[in-house]
Design a protein around this ligand. Structure first.
Ligand code: ATP
Ligand code: MG
Ligand code: FE
Length: 355
């Protein structure tokens, strides 16, 4: 079985093809970073227009890369939310048009389910259901028990910023370009994680919720101190920035460990084992944070499963794979499915809703 997946929910235009033997037959990703760079963040209107300009070509290239035609496919999947709605429309309408013209099933994929199921493509049996999921991306920060395709039970989430958002905003305060997450990880390597005493919001509290705005504010205050009287970021040395990034990353790591540890207790009570723990979403690309999580899963005698770095940030492979899993279960969608700007994971249709 082969499925084409289309991703257009943010600032990556992507098309990919996967098969049911866990092979990635094609993976085309076009980043719009340069188009948004002058604005310091993603501009929805520019994103939607750019998806329009490039998606058809990327789909053609994906088919060429896989040496397949539309007639070889078994389904067409597209991100149908959550995300920037203009971009989501472009992907969904394109997928529906192909599905209608070629009489193929259409799969309306939740972008977060794409992140959530990628480990099942790359890690196979090790990521059998149920597993504990730490979803850490640009727009989300949640802990969930994943019971089956479409069946998610939320254990906790952020009450303010997402982790990726906190990385990006902190980086911006230090004068680093968007998206700051990957750059923060790079400069943190040369930094002293103990130089700045930053808060660990929510650490030690019951439950699995997160908060990052206090941490962000604490970094802003340190930056103001370092910038001195004229308040110019240029007064910060490269070492200052590296130390800030390392201290910030260490604080985030401590919070993630504490929250995951609580989630493991809940998971253990429900399923008789603490994991495995799957980490997904753009921030899962951070290898320093992964190392921290590996130490935790080792200690709890379970395992950490993480997709390869390239498949953590937005891509079409994750959408194709989630579509394929849904197709295998008969969870297809009708051509009048309306895209959803907001679409929480615990509101999906899944195997349990099937008649
Ligand atoms: P969502 O999936 O919630 O809709 P999104 O699709 O915009 O949001 P992703 O592409 O999943 O987000 O992730 C992008 C985020 O991941 C950005 O905030 C980026 O800074 C962050 N990120 C990527 N690489 C790293 C890294 N190495 N360290 C920390 N953060 C990172
Ligand atoms: Mg992006
Ligand atoms: Fe994403």
């Amino acid at each position: 079985m082969k499925v084409l997946g289309i991703e257009t929910s943010c600032d990556e235009t992507a098309a990919a093809i996967v098969d049911s033997d866990h092979n990635i037959l094609a993976n085309r990703v076009l980043s719009q970073l340069e188009e948004h760079e002058p604005y310091g963040g993603v501009v929805p209107e520019i994103a939607a227009r750019s998806h329009m300009d490039h998606l058809d070509r990327l789909i053609r290239e994906a088919l060429e890369e896989a040496r397949l035609g539309f007639e070889d496919l078994d389904g067409i999947a597209a991100t149908a939310g959550p995300g920037l709605i203009g971009g989501v429309f472009v992907g969904v309408m394109t997928a529906k048009a192909i599905a209608a013209a070629r009489k193929l099933p259409f799969l309306a994929v939740n972008h977060l389910e794409g992140h959530a199921l990628t480990a099942r493509l790359t890690e196979g049996e090790a990521a059998a259901f149920p597993y504990l999921l730490l979803l850490v991306s640009g727009g989300h920060c949640q802990l969930l028990a994943v019971e089956a395709v479409g069946c998610y039970s939320r254990l906790g989430g952020t009450i303010d910023d997402a982790v990726g958002e906190a990385f990006d905003k902190t980086a911006k305060m230090m004068g680093l370009p968007y998206p700051g997450g990957p750059l923060m990880e790079q400069i943190a390597k040369k930094g002293d994680p103990e130089r700045f005493d930053l808060p660990r919001p929510m650490k030690g509290r019951p439950g699995c919720d997160f908060s990052f705005s206090g941490l962000k504010t604490a970094v802003r205050n340190k930056i103001l101190e370092l910038a001195g009287e004229d308040g110019a970021i240029s007064n910060l040395t490269d070492q200052d920035k590296s130390d800030l990034a390392a201290s910030f990353q260490a604080a985030v790591g401590d919070v993630l460990i504490d929250r995951c540890s609580h989630a493991m207790d809940l998971f253990q009570a429900r399923y008789g084992r603490p994991g495995p723990l799957v980490v997904a979403g753009g921030v899962a690309a951070n290898l320093a944070l992964r190392d921290r999580l590996t130490a935790l899963t080792d200690q709890r005698q379970t395992s950490l499963l993480a997709p390869p770095v390239k498949l953590c940030t937005d891509n079409g492979v994750m959408i194709a794979w989630a579509g394929l899993e849904r197709l295998q279960l008969g969870l297809t969608d009708s051509l009048d499915f309306a895209p959803r700007p907001r679409w929480p994971l615990d509101q999906l249709t899944g195997v349990k809703d099937r008649a």
